[in-house]
Ligand binder design. Structure first.
Ligand code: PMP
Length: 401
């Protein structure tokens, strides 16, 4: 068999490192090793029963056919109502599109708008997929490091500096994966003021964790904080994280109708539409009783408090308490240069997470998110597992000299 000729766009990108790390942890577990998996990027809770029932009812009612490309009318109405509830903003139904996960919506938004060489500003630490999605669509990621001292958030001055005539997008993610950082209204307004002066720059605001945040009142969306640039904001959201529906593959986006139309066109030529069954379930999730969201938010918050306290008591590690999402981004600078019991040396955060793996905890190294020396721990797991994992991390750190 001759070598298959792959497209340049595929050679430019990597498989998602978080998926790869999770696969390695699973493999070790399957081989009988006792590993606590803190790599997972999905809620450990089950999809709420009323949502499952709606999916089953849809199957029984014969809702098993193609739907409109951009999602069913009941779903887009439910999304519009949710946007109104969450942000106070009105969006017409044709400004909303539904796809097979927020991930697919982001990919299609970039495919629809990025020409060769167009620049996309990505604050680091970033969600692993953004740079590769930009590269896959022939764009140029422009990574802007955001220091821990400023809560891992993009400063307006840094944004201004990164903008060039080639800039197409800024990707903002609040609450953030991997840091849990959340931009408040004042910070969003300050970024909005910079963007007002650069009318060629659009913002892809990934708000998929908007229900999982630990502040008072309501989370602030960029469309609410920066109304003057609303026409240039594309918001991505979905049901995966808020309603523990990752496997249903359903996400949505809303914003400039021209972009939404282009996404629909691409979707019509690729997937045709998202799953009819998942759409029916998503309607139930968005319009039904929301107590699941409130309960899980409290659970994540309790877990965060436990983990942050335990991690900060380990000499050489430090961890900011994240304001949202279900991840901790832990500073392990104090471990660099130390010797492992096997005579190795911890040179970087990958070495450190491999040492943790040796000691029974799977985590993901900061370099995967473009920011070192840190590691990401997911707290989408039980309090008992979190306590045990933190103990193992403490023991692993003690072994380093
Ligand atoms: N954005 C961020 C920041 C994420 O962490 C994820 C899931 N890991 C997504 C988007 C995509 O989620 P989904 O495709 O399940 O909607």
């Amino acid at each position: 068999m001759t070598d298959f000729q792959l497209a340049a766009r595929v050679k430019r990108i990597q498989p998602s490192p978080s998926t790869a790390a999770a696969a390695k942890a699973r493999e070790m577990k399957a081989a009988g090793r006792d590993i606590i998996d803190m790599t997972v990027g999905e809620p450990d809770f089950d999809t709420p029963n009323p949502v499952k029932d709606a999916g089953i009812a849809a199957i029984r009612a014969g809702e098993t056919k193609y739907t409109p490309v951009n999602g069913t009318l009941p779903l887009r109405k439910a999304i519009a109502a949710r946007i109104k509830r969450q942000t106070g903003q009105d969006y017409p139904l044709d400004a909303i599109t539904v796809g097979g996960g927020g991930k697919q919506i982001i990919f299609l938004a970039l495919m629809a708008s990025v020409d060769e060489g167009a620049e996309v500003i990505i604050p680091a630490p970033y969600w692993v997929s953004y740079p590769d999605m930009v590269l896959a669509n022939d764009g140029q990621p422009v990574i802007v490091p955001c220091s821990e001292a400023y809560g891992f958030k993009l400063k307006p001055e840094a944004l201004e500096k990164a903008i060039t005539p080639k800039t197409r997008w800024l990707i903002l993610n609040s609450p953030s994966n991997p840091t849990g950082a959340v931009y408040d209204e004042i910070e969003l307004k300050a970024l909005g003021e910079i963007l007002e002066r650069h009318p060629h720059v659009y913002v892809l605001s990934d708000e998929i964790y908007d229900e999982i945040w630990f502040g008072e009142g309501r989370f602030t969306s960029l469309v609410e904080a920066a109304p003057l640039i609303r026409d240039r904001i594309f918001v991505v959201n979905g049901v995966s994280k808020s309603y523990a529906m990752t496997g249903w593959r359903l996400g949505y986006g809303f914003g400039p109708p021209l972009l939404v139309d282009a996404i629909n066109k691409l979707q019509s030529q690729s997937s045709s539409c998202p799953s009819s069954i998942s759409q029916a379930a998503a309607v139930a999730a968005l319009t039904g009783d929301q107590s699941f969201v409130a309960e899980t938010r409290l659970a994540y918050r309790r877990r965060r408090d436990i983990a942050v306290e335990m991690l900060n008591s380990i000499p050489g590690l430090s961890c900011r308490a994240p304001d949202g999402a279900f991840y901790l981004f832990v500073n392990c600078a104090g471990m660099m240069g130390k010797k492992t019991p096997h005579g190795g040396k911890i040179e970087n955060d990958l070495d450190f997470v491999l040492h943790l793996l040796d000691n029974g905890v799977a985590a993901i190294h900061g370099a995967a998110y473009g920011f070192s020396p840190y590691f990401r721990l997911s707290i989408a797991t039980s309090e008992a597992s979190i306590r045990e994992a933190c103990k193992r991390i403490a023991d692993a750190c003690k072994k380093l000299l």
